[in-house]
Write a protein that binds this ligand. Structure first.
Ligand code: C5P
Length: 231
């Protein structure tokens, strides 16, 4: 067990079943501050997965459900999952200011993290859904909208984090997926940054999945990345 503070990393527990998710969580929680349960694992296993992965570790839970519906429905969903006591809950900023506000108001003890533009969306894909111009402009616009509606955190790519920080200022938690240690396989992530670079650019919490969970020893991989951040 490390005596260092837990690193600002959220390990994405994109596991095929409850047992694997629980094993990964147990292995990494001595080293990282947060574990992330995504839509797929949550839908497959149900809400009890949150308590299973938290165990007795006291790790913060990131519930990545990316809610997007009319404000009343999002409010009800956010209130429902707030009972699970996640530290973070994601919603889509593109649901609009009233929707983000509804989530914030119905889950006051949860930090609502707004997703600006999915990193899977190219400029052409955005234009096809009516969002013209540079993706970064849409990211900045949606970041400002979400923060104005009360979101305490934003999810953005490492390439966008510096621009988003300049848009929203200090005090908003910036969460970045697409993080890869030097030399790691980038897999299907198109735009990546190293953990140190993402933090230097203004990120507060790094979402890292397969470089840790795909390692032979996920605990050792988490410890190594955590140690690299404090060097
Ligand atoms: O394995 P990897 O490190 O690529 O995992 C990244 C995690 O972050 C996954 O759970 C993925 O769904 C999530 N994510 C992402 N890009 C976004 C938003 C979330 O990769 N824009």
């Amino acid at each position: 067990m490390t005596t260092r503070p837990r690193a600002p990393i959220a390990v994405a527990l994109d596991a095929p079943d409850v047992e694997t998710a629980a094993q990964w969580a147990q292995a990494v929680t001595p080293y990282v501050a947060v574990v992330k349960v995504g839509l797929e694992l949550f839908c497959r296993t149900g809400p009890s997965i949150v308590e299973t992965v938290r165990g007795g570790s006291g790790v913060d839970l990131f519930l990545d459900l990316k809610l997007h519906d009319i404000p009343n429905t999002v409010a009800g969903a956010a209130r429902g999952v707030a009972r699970l006591k996640p530290r973070y809950l994601t919603v889509h900023a593109s649901g609009g200011a009233d929707m983000v506000k509804a989530a914030v108001e119905s889950a006051p003890d949860v930090t609502i993290a707004a997703v600006t533009v999915l990193t899977s969306m190219s400029a052409d894909a955005l234009a096809a859904v009516g969002i013209q111009g540079l993706p970064l402009d849409a990211v900045r616009r949606l970041a400002a909208l979400a923060v104005g509606a009360g979101a305490g955190a934003l999810v953005c790519s490492p390439q966008e984090v510096a621009a988003v920080r300049s848009e929203v200022g200090a005090g908003i938690i910036l969460i970045t997926p697409g993080v890869r240690p030097v030399g790691a396989d980038v897999q299907d992530q198109a735009r990546v940054a190293t953990p140190a670079q993402a933090l230097a650019d203004g990120a507060d919490l790094l979402v890292i999945g397969r470089p840790i969970t795909g390692a032979r020893d996920p605990g050792a991989a988490a410890a190594e990345i955590a140690a690299s951040l404090s060097r």
